[in-house]
Write a protein that binds this ligand. Structure first.
Ligand code: PLP
Length: 384
């Protein structure tokens, strides 16, 4: 396994920042907000109460039931703790899922652009990532047709991430239903990663594959996280919701790797699920306002073409009009150019399987957004 060379630009940015250089950092994939106070207080209270020992591998009953009940309330299900495993971030559960379900040579379909870890996790498990092309004009929303076009008799599963990191794409309910049915008919699994479920804007609505779980409990595996919704990235708490047999398999793997996720984080997460609604709403409003400012501001920069992303906290502008100018040949050299000439850090789209684009995170203050866009504007104007 290699660290992605396309992320080297972010490492350079980090080095420059540590040297005191004023870099506007549009790289981070994490909220710029503090964890809500009630959540942090619950973490402190857990320590004071002595909740500092091992728990069951899959997490404490109260947390798993709270997660199950959240879905039961929304979708009229009767999930129990047996349907839920908590882990050290959604990332760990995704990793467990690949190890549990993907065998040597199995193909897993991943619509591009995709979150960077999906392909590596599939490969680590011995599988082969197969990329489905999506259409920028359709906001990069994956369709069943996109998936069918690359399916084979080796297809073992499909990964859908909605809202999508990096494109923001929010897949429509009809399309999810069609993909779920297609997976079920072939005996393939559908991993539905809804880590950014809260961050959906305008006319778009988040629809979870959970809506079809009653009918297809052996097909659908939900992955979710406390990281983005509750600004809890460092607590490392995410979870998977699936058929008890799948959860049991994930638990076996987890029992030999990390055991339970941090006990303290579990108690904090339990509080977040019931008591952080107002704080979460405030964060959402801030993201919405930033996005509203950022999309037209980037489009006003000559050469940048920035579609309105459906969700998440990223915009994903097309920067290919600069290719061929000033030594820029791809998203990576464009990102290096911005870092050198504008002291602005963005993530090259190549890392996500979309080389004409860069990812700009607006998980930063409005003031820094304005400064960064002004710097980008000044730098690209020099390219002519
Ligand atoms: N899924 C997606 C699409 C993500 O962007 C991330 C984090 O960036 C994760 C899962 C994992 O998040 P965590 O491990 O912090 O729960």
């Amino acid at each position: 396994m290699q660290e992605s060379p396309t992320l080297a630009v972010l490492n350079r940015a980090t080095t420059l920042i540590s040297q005191g250089v004023d870099v506007v950092d549009f790289g981070p994939g994490e909220p710029d907000f503090a964890t809500p106070r009630v959540v942090s207080e619950a973490g402190k209270a857990a320590i004071d109460s002595g909740y500092t020992k091992y728990t069951a591998v899959a997490g404490i009953k109260a947390l798993r039931e709270a997660i199950a009940n959240r879905y039961n309330g929304s979708y009229g299900l009767e999930l129990t703790q047996a349907n839920v495993i908590a882990g050290n971030g959604g990332k760990q559960e995704l990793f467990n899922i690949m190890l549990a379900l993907v065998d040597e040579g199995d193909e897993v379909i991943i619509p591009a652009p995709y979150w960077v870890s999906f392909p590596d996790q599939v490969e680590f498990a011995g599988g082969r990532p197969v990329y489905a092309t999506t259409d920028a004009d359709n906001h990069f929303r994956p369709t069943l047709a996109n998936i069918e076009a690359v399916a084979s008799d080796r297809t073992r599963g499909v990964i859908i991430n909605s809202p999508c990191n990096p494109s923001g794409a929010v897949i429509r309910g009809e399309e999810i239903e069609a993909i779920v049915r297609w997976c079920a008919e072939r005996g393939a699994f559908l991993i539905f990663d809804e880590t950014y479920e809260l961050f959906v804007y305008g006319e778009n609505k988040h629809v979870s594959a959970m809506q079809w779980f009653r009918e297809y409990p052996e097909t659908i595996i939900i992955v979710n996280s406390m990281s983005k919704t509750f600004a809890m990235t460092g607590w490392r708490l995410g979870y998977a919701v699936a058929h008890p047999d799948i959860i049991s398999a994930l638990g076996k793997i987890q029992s030999h790797s990390t055991s339970n996720p941090s006990t303290i984080a579990q108690y904090a997460a339990l509080e977040a699920l019931s008591g952080a609604g107002d704080e979460v709403q405030k964060m959402y409003e801030a993201y919405r306002a930033r996005r509203e400012w950022l999309v037209p501001a980037l489009n006003a920069v000559p050469g940048i073409c920035c579609a309105d992303p459906d969700g998440a906290f990223y915009v994903f502008p097309d920067v290919s009009s600069y290719f061929g100018k000033g030594g820029i040949t791809d998203s990576q050299s464009f990102a290096n150019f911005l870092l050198d000439e504008a002291r602005v850090a963005v993530v090259p789209g190549k890392a996500f399987g979309a080389d004409n684009f860069v990812r700009v995170s607006y998980a930063t203050s409005m003031e820094r957004l304005k400064e960064g866009v002004a710097r980008i504007d000044a730098a690209v104007r020099k390219l002519g």
